[in-house]
Structures are given as structure tokens and as C-alpha cells.
Ligand binder design. Structure first.
Ligand SMILES: [Zn+2]
Length: 933
């Protein structure tokens, strides 16, 4: 039987998981105590589908951190709840009700919802309750050390009372306002659309366009523009000959627009009455006119999108690369050759016709060139920042002329405003195209308020942000945030206190719930009807008022809150910086006193699956539950935390996950083998224990900084590599010493946060009765660090490596091996160079010495070689050698038996000057010459 085989047959992650789950059942329920607290939270999930491994990391990293600090003997709180408010599940339930095949496929086949449960999904609350239960089950199966007593869902009546209290404070502070506003809107859901409700287009912004009204017979043809000042340069309009337009009465006037535009205008405060269809081809070659540009023709263009604004485009070929190139294409076919671009803006760095200049300079030959967008942007920016209108058009700088012209057109030339997205498509979760709607009774959180922003910026300065690079992104978000539409008409959630027909939208009811966790398990005991704002004022702010109900219970809650709050760290993926993670600071600074404001945030990278972005809607996901049952929870945990640092993107690949499993197996086999060793301790044991102290110190520092990958490198590969060397160095017939029991105990504890199931099992095997989850984290003992032994072993290991590479090179069967040690004077040279601060002049200094002078070239050569060697050796080798030479002879003599055993030949140790070997001259300190014969 091969070594370890019998042991590995006992390695059964499934069994370890069962054992641990039973022992952990209530273990992580955490109450205030006299210990120092450590409170971490994760952005709670919206349980509308199954968890994939990308979600897995979001919860497993904080769990590793929670387990680490728990073993550091802090009182750790790691709670979890479920965010079920909003419209998405309403859309899902509707699609399931109408048997939408895509949705049914996703839920039945990918998320594996049983048919009888799926049938009940026509009720949205059933969906979230089903997946909340599933999330809890999967989270538990991953070993998350959560205090489940505090679990809640965001439509619990007590939670709604809490949100009402929160909003009362926001309102009283003047942050909740009512106004007219263009918002993203889904006409199927009849509801504004939040970031979370989008299938596509979450980067799209609502842009305000001016419609330039061209006269077309008795009607208008409106074209949308961001650059009304270029009206003087219009040479033609573009219409799509393949599109059927409509003639419609808009606010009583006849317009020719696309059908899509007609639908959009209805949502933007216009009355629209469609009269008849107008084929696009019938518009081509007709003319339109505008008082500011005269009469121009309508030209055909396939690129005109009926779903962009009005579906008609005005053409300014002198200043718009798209127009320029489209006109050029037509002219190259011999059509419309009399039309010439009409320049009207002078801009430094461009010729008379900037668009032509830019297109020709870039060598673009056709409209479909992918660089067209960036070229358009380039001209737009250049003209906006540096451009000036020609004197005959008023001579104003573009930035001023643009606004003046927009106003003039609104006042004199029948123009109106139209809102449209800057990029498309924008698709709702229900599959419908999202449009822009102007809402009149829309409520907003006034994130644009400069004073509020300042409070947030001031507090951000005091927060720990991990990794530090995200700070600029937070600062940018605070600066850029605009008013936020905070109510919806459809969905689940808390009623908006000042208009009960509306609901508080999901990104606005989930900003201070970290405070609610501290009392979630206790507040349930009080009837939600009794939970007035005064009750919460007392619990969270200590404000006393007469007639508070259940005073004893409230006191207990106040005590919990005071103990746990503020939270120490909040974890989330980086895509939440631009909304949730920043919003929560806005809300906290308004409601809580300074000493209860959040302390830190850790922001994660994204998950990839075989190199591609994970996406549930595209089916490119690996379900967390499948991963756990296929590879074991510990494997999943170790892979997700060890393959990249939390803020880096990680890539799930099954073959790499399998090698992680092998790593855990090796760890398990090693501990099982080593734990019973009884030998007498040798020097090499002192080396092993000395190295272990350094691994402990480095791993602890890494975890304090959330560097899970770095920590695992130390604890897994670092210790494994040491043990390999240790076992090689053991005398024949010796299985290791009693010291290994210490190593087993320390090593198991170091890995416990990462692979808690295997660790709990081994911990018991090592003779411990209590849970390793609460065992004391190892502390590095400086007294056990023996740098002399470490240096000796390093010399030996490097020499062994040298011998191996020489053996490979010479390819003879060696009969003997001679290690030639450098003479004392070279050690002196080495030390002088290592100690010197100026390595350029030190050789001259050395050569001033008479004894060295006598050696002449030999000494200069040695000095140069030592300099090179010192550069190559790591500081932990050079520093001690600079202080004191190592007795290399003693090191090799003590290891003679080892070397002879390793290489199977007699080993001689000799001094360079007494040996006759020519190679002896190359011997250097810490790098003896090696002679193989
Ligand atoms: Zn929708």
C-alpha cells in the first residue's frame, strides 16, 4: 500500500460536513458580552433565483474573516437577512403565470424548482420565500457562521415600522422632496424602473434633447439634437426609407415622426393623436425648411433608427463625422453631388471642415467603422471646449451659443424638449423596452444637496476602505449623485408614509438595516402596531419619551444596539459602489450620531466562469449548491478565497477547483500521519517550529488586511513546503518528533477559517473536545524563532539545489561529491560589502587593505562576485550574514549523512585554500563550490 492511501480512504468531506453541521447548529448565535465585539455585514441577497458560485464568494470571504476574528477571541456578529422588496419578482410571477418559456426554462431547468412549487410562483411572495429558504440552506451548507436568529425579510411588518422611522428622519432633515422628473419607465409594469429591474442598459442615462422643428408642408418634422447651435450648418435631413412614419397631431399640431416616437411623447406630457401612416420612402427627396437654415432636402439613410428620439435626423456634415461620411457615401455613388458641408464653427487643431478633417486623418472609409463613435465624441468635446461660431453666426463660444440657441428655439421656433436615453437598448426585467416618462408626483431623495454630500464626504474620510483604490470611486459617486426617484407604484415593500399609494423602492429601504440586525430577534416579540417612531428613537438614539411600551424589552434592544453598533465592516461587490454602498452612508449620517457611523467597507471583484462573466440571465453560471455537492464545501471555500484576493476578479474552472480539493486531501493526510509522531526533537524540529512562527505572523497580518489569498499561500503552500524539507531532513527510520503535535494543532487552526469542516474533524482527532471555531488563534512566539538554524538550513537547501542542477548538466554517474568552502578572507569581503551603504565605492575601500592588495585581481574578482551574490540573496539571508559569519563547515558536517543519503555517494567537505580543486577558487560565502567526480 502506498503511503497515505489508507488515510485518504477516511477523507470524506460529506461526512465532515454532517458532523460539523450538527455541532454548529446554534454555535454562532452571538450575544453582547464583556469581550470586544466585531460586527460584519454583507449586502443581503435579493432571493429571486438560485445562488451561483459568484454569490458564494460574496458570503464566504466575510465568513472567513468572521471565523478569524472569532478565533482571535472577539465577540463576532455575522447576521443575514433577505431583501424581497421591489418589482422584479412581480414581473417573474407574471411571466410564470403566462407560461413564458424562457422564464419557465430558467426556473425549472437551471434553478431546479420542482413543478409543484413552480406552480405557486404566480404569487410573488412565494418566490422570495422559496428562494430565501433555499439561500439559507445553501449558505448553511457552505459553513457560513451566521446568527440565523436575526434573519428577517424586508416585508416583515416590524421591518416596515423600522423603515417608516428611518424615513421620518430623512423627511424631517429635508432630504425627501416631491417633483417633476423624467424617469426610466416600464409601461407593462406601469412603474419606474430601478437599476435592479433592468435586464439590459443599466448604464443608460436620460438625456435632454432639443427638437428642431423643420417645416414640411403644413406639418413639422422634428429632429432631436444636443447641438442646436449647428442649425446654421444643416444641409439635409435623414429619413429611413424602410421605416413607416406617422402623421400625428401632437398638442394639436401636425408632426411627422416614427411610431415609436409617438408612443414616447405620450409619456412626456404631450397629447398625441395618430392620423395616418407615411412611408419613409415617400419623404426621401422632398424638402423641409427652417428659418435658420433655409430649405434643405430629405436624404435616405438606413442608419436612422426609428426608436431613437423622433426617428428623423438633421444632418450637419461639416461638424458631425456620421453625417459627413453618410453624405460622402451617397456622393461616391454619384448622387446629391451639389450638397457641400457648411462649416460654422472654428476650432483650433482642425481645418475648415472639422468632421472631414477628423475622418480623413483617422483613415475611415465607411459608416460602419467602429471608431466612428469615439470620433464623434472627440469633435463634440473639442468644439464644446474650444470652438467659436463664425462671426456671421454671432461669434459666440460654442458652450454659450448652444444654450442660447436652445432657448431661442424654444421661444421663437416651435421647439420642444424630448428626453431620450444616451445608449440603447434599455430593457426591463419583464422583457419590455424601457421608455422615459415624466412623473409629476414623483418623490425623490435629494442626493444632489451639496450640504448632504459634504456630510458624506466628511465621514468617508474617516472610513477604512478596502482596497484603498476604491476611495476615488466613492468620491466620484458622491460628487456625481443626482436626486433619486425613491418610490414605486408596483411591487412589494413598505408604503411611502406621505402617499400610501406608493412604495419605497428597494435601494431606498435597505440602507440602515445593519442597525436593525442588532435587534431583529428581539423586536419580533413586540406587536408591530406598538412600534411607533418613538420606540425606535429610544432604541437607536436613546431619546426618552413617556408611555413607551414594553420598556424592559426596549432596554434590552438598546443594550444590543449600543454593544454592536456601528458595524466594523460591510462587504459587497464593487458594482454597488455607485448606489447602495454610497446611499447607506447618506442615510447613516442623517440618522445616527457620529459614534454610530459605519467604520469600514470591503469591495469585491467579479466572478468569471471559464473566463466569461457570470450571468444568470445568460445561463453562464455554476450553481453554488452543485459546486458544494460535487467538490465539497471546504473545497469551494478554499478555491473562492484562495484563487484571488477578494477585490480581484476570480475565474471558476473545474480543473483548478479539483486541484484545490487535492490540496485539502494532502493537508488531511499529513495531519493524520504526523499527529502521533513520538521521536526526539532534533535541530530540524527547531527549524520547523521557527519557520512556523513566521507563517503564523504573516498569515495573521494578511487576514487582518483581508488578503485571503496571501493568507492561504502562507498557511497552505508555505507550511507544506517546509514539511517537505523537514521530512527529507529527518534521519532514516525517524517519522518525526513530538514537536509535530504542536505543528498539527497550529496548522489546523490556521486553516480553520477557510476549511472549517475538515478542521473541526481533525481538531477532534487531535484530542480536542471543543469546537475549533472558537479555539484560540495561534500567536507567533518570537522566542521560538531561531534565525541561526534557519540560515543554516537555507544554506543547505540552496546547496542541495545547486548540486541537483549541476548533476543534471554534467550527466555522469557521480562517484563522489566535494563541497568546497570559501576562505575566511572572502567572508570578510562579503561582510564588508553587506554592511556598506554605498556599494559602488566599497570595493575601493576593501582594496585599500594591505592583505587584500597583496591578493590583487583575485580580491577584486571576489568582491565583484560577492556584490552580485548579495544582490541576489534575499534580505533575510544577507542581514544576519552582515553581522556574523556562519560556520559553514559545521553546517555541512552536521548534514554529511543527509547529503550522502540524498545523493548516494561519499561527500567530502573541504576548504578552498587547502583543496587542490581548480573550482575551489569560485567558492563564495553562502555559495560553496561543488565538485562532482
Ligand atoms: Zn417591465
Amino acid at each position: 500500500m502506498r503511503r497515505g492511501e489508507g488515510i485518504l480512504s477516511e477523507f470524506d468531506l460529506g461526512r465532515f460536513e454532517e458532523e460539523a453541521h450538527e455541532r454548529w447548529l446554534h454555535a454562532f448565535e452571538s450575544n453582547p458580552s464583556d469581550r470586544e465585539k466585531f460586527y460584519i455585514t454583507v449586502a443581503f441577497p435579493y432571493p429571486s433565483g438560485a445562488m451561483h458560485v459568484g454569490h458564494g464568494r460574496t458570503y464566504i470571504v466575510p465568513d472567513v474573516i468572521a471565523r478569524f476574528w472569532r478565533m482571535r477571541q472577539k465577540q463576532v456578529l455575522f447576521p443575514m437577512a433577505f431583501h424581497v422588496t421591489g418589482a422584479p419578482v412581480v414581473g417573474i410571477s407574471k411571466r410564470i403565470a403566462r407560461n413564458d418559456p424562457k422564464t419557465i426554462h430558467l426556473y425549472r431547468d437551471l434553478y431546479k424548482v420542482p413543478q409543484n412549487v413552480l406552480e405557486e410562483f404566480t404569487n410573488p411572495l412565494t418566490i422570495v420565500k422559496h428562494f430565501a429558504a433555499e439561500y439559507q440552506r445553501v449558505m448553511t451548507s457552505c459553513g457560513l457562521s451566521i446568527d440565523w436568529r436575526r434573519r428577517f425579510i424586508t416585508v416583515d411588518p416590524t421591518y416596515s415600522r423600522f423603515v417608516e422611522w428611518q424615513w421620518k428622519h430623512l423627511y424631517e432633515a429635508g432630504h425627501v422632496i416631491k417633483g417633476v422628473h423624467p424617469v426610466r419607465y416600464c409601461t407593462v409594469d406601469d412603474n419606474p424602473v430601478g437599476d435592479h429591474d433592468l435586464l439590459e442598459g443599466d448604464k443608460a442615462e436620460v438625456i435632454k434633447f432639443t427638437l428642431v422643428m423643420f417645416r414640411f408642408g403644413d406639418a413639422f418634422i422634428p429632429t432631436a439634437t444636443l447641438r442646436p447651435e449647428t442649425i446654421h450648418g444643416v444641409t439635409n435631413l435623414w429619413a429611413n426609407p424602410n421605416v413607416t412614419y406617422v402623421r400625428a397631431l401632437v398638442d394639436g399640431k401636425a408632426w411627422i415622426i416614427s411610431k415609436e416616437a409617438a408612443e414616447k411623447l405620450v409619456l412626456q406630457d404631450h397629447t398625441v393623436e395618430i392620423k395616418e401612416e407615411v412611408p419613409g420612402k415617400d419623404l426621401v427627396d422632398k424638402t423641409v425648411s427652417h428659418p435658420l437654415c433655409g430649405t434643405v432636402p430629405i436624404l435616405p439613410a438606413d442608419f436612422v433608427d426609428p426608436d431613437m428620439a423622433t426617428g428623423m435626423v438633421m444632418s450637419v456634415p461639416a461638424h458631425a463625422p456620421f453625417d459627413y461620411i453618410a453624405l460622402r457615401d451617397l456622393q461616391q455613388q454619384g448622387k446629391y453631388t451639389t450638397i457641400k458641408p457648411v462649416p460654422l464653427i472654428k476650432v483650433e487643431g482642425y481645418g475648415e471642415v472639422p468632421a472631414q478633417d477628423a475622418v480623413e486623418r483617422a483613415g475611415i472609409h465607411h459608416q460602419m467603422d467602429s471608431r466612428m463613435d469615439s470620433l464623434t465624441q472627440e469633435i463634440y468635446s473639442a468644439e464644446f471646449s474650444k470652438g467659436k461660431l463664425f462671426a456671421k453666426f454671432g461669434g459666440k463660444p460654442v458652450r454659450i451659443a448652444r444654450e442660447d440657441m436652445a432657448q431661442e428655439m424654444l421661444d421663437k421656433y416651435d421647439s420642444v424638449i424630448m428626453y431620450e436615453f444616451d445608449t440603447r437598448p434599455v430593457i426591463c426585467r419583464c422583457g419590455n423596452k424601457v421608455k422615459v416618462k415624466i412623473l409629476h408626483d414623483q418623490w425623490f431623495l435629494k442626493y444632489s444637496d451639496p450640504e448632504w454630500k459634504q456630510q458624506v464626504s466628511d465621514h468617508l474620510k474617516d472610513m477604512a476602505l478596502v482596497p484603498p483604490e476604491v476611495r476615488t470611486e466613492f468620491d466620484r459617486t458622491v460628487g456625481w449623485l443626482k436626486d433619486w426617484a425613491c418610490t414605486r407604484r408596483v411591487g412589494l415593500g413598505t408604503k411611502f408614509p406621505w402617499d400610501p399609494a406608493q412604495l419605497i423602492e428597494p435601494l431606498s429601504d435597505s440602507t440602515v438595516y445593519m442597525a436593525y440586525y442588532t435587534i431583529a430577534h428581539r423586536i419580533r416579540e413586540i406587536d408591530s402596531k406598538l412600534l411607533t417612531p418613538e420606540v425606535f428613537d429610544y432604541i437607536f438614539l436613546g431619546k426618552k419619551s413617556p408611555d413607551l411600551p414594553e420598556k424592559k424589552k426596549l432596554d434590552a434592544m438598546r443594550e444590543e444596539f449600543l454593544y454592536w453598533y456601528p458595524y466594523d465592516f460591510r462587504f459587497s461587490a464593487k458594482d454597488l459602489i455607485s448606489n447602495h454602498l454610497t446611499f447607506q452612508i447618506f442615510h447613516h449620517v442623517t440618522i445616527f450620531p457620529k459614534d454610530k457611523l459605519p467604520k469600514g467597507m470591503v469591495v469585491f471583484g467579479m466572478g468569471l466562469l471559464n473566463g466569461a462573466k457570470m450571468s444568470s440571465s445568460k445561463g453562464n453560471v455554476f450553481l453554488l449548491e452543485d459546486a458544494v455537492s460535487e467538490f465539497g464545501a471546504d473545497t469551494v471555500r478554499m478555491f473562492l478565497t484562495g484563487s484571488a484576493e477578494p477585490w480581484q476578479d476570480f475565474d471558476w474552472r473545474n480543473e483548478l477547483v479539483l486541484s484545490t480539493k487535492k490540496q485539502i486531501e494532502r493537508f488531511y493526510a499529513t495531519i493524520t500521519e504526523l499527529k502521533g509522531a513520538q521521536g526526539e526533537p532534533q535541530d530540524i524540529d527547531r527549524w520547523l517550529i521557527s519557520r512556523l512562527q513566521e507563517h503564523i505572523a504573516r498569515m495573521t497580518a494578511a487576514l487582518e488586511n483581508f488578503q485571503t489569498r496571501q493568507a492561504l499561500q502562507e498557511a497552505s503552500f508555505g507550511i507544506e513546503t517546509d514539511l517537505k524539507w523537514y521530512r527529507r531532513r529527518l534521519p532514516e527510520g525517524c517519522d518525526g518528533s513530538r514537536e509535530l503535535a504542536t505543528l498539527c494543532s497550529v496548522w489546523t487552526r490556521l486553516l480553520a477559517p477557510f476549511i472549517p469542516f475538515t478542521a473541526e474533524h481533525l481538531w477532534r482527532e487531535l484530542g480536542n473536545k471543543d469546537l475549533i471555531s472558537f479555539a484560540e488563534w495561534p500567536v507567533a512566539d518570537e522566542k521560538l524563532i531561531n534565525s541561526k538554524i534557519e540560515l543554516s538550513e537555507e544554506l543547505l537547501a540552496r546547496t542541495v539545489e545547486d548540486i541537483e542542477s549541476i548533476k543534471k548538466l554534467i550527466q555522469i554517474t557521480p562517484k563522489s561529491l566535494t563541497i568546497v568552502l570559501a576562505p575566511a578572507w572572502k567572508h570578510e569581503v562579503f561582510r564588508t560589502i553587506a554592511q556598506s551603504t554605498d556599494r559602488n565605492t566599497v570595493i575601493k575601500e576593501i582594496m585599500k587593505n594591505d592583505a587584500m592588495k597583496k591578493r590583487g585581481k583575485e580580491a577584486t574578482d571576489a568582491a565583484k562576485q560577492c556584490t552580485t551574490l548579495i544582490h541576489r540573496l534575499p534580505p533575510h539571508v544577507v542581514e544576519p550574514l552582515a553581522k556574523e559569519p556562519l560556520n559553514e563547515r559545521a553546517v555541512f558536517e552536521a548534514a554529511q549523512a543527509f547529503l550522502e543519503h540524498e545523493f548516494g555517494v561519499p561527500v567530502h567537505i573541504t576548504d578552498a585554500e587547502s583543496s587542490g580543486h581548480a573550482k575551489g577558487a569560485t567558492a563564495l560565502p553562502f555559495k560553496p563550490a561543488i565538485v562532482i567526480e
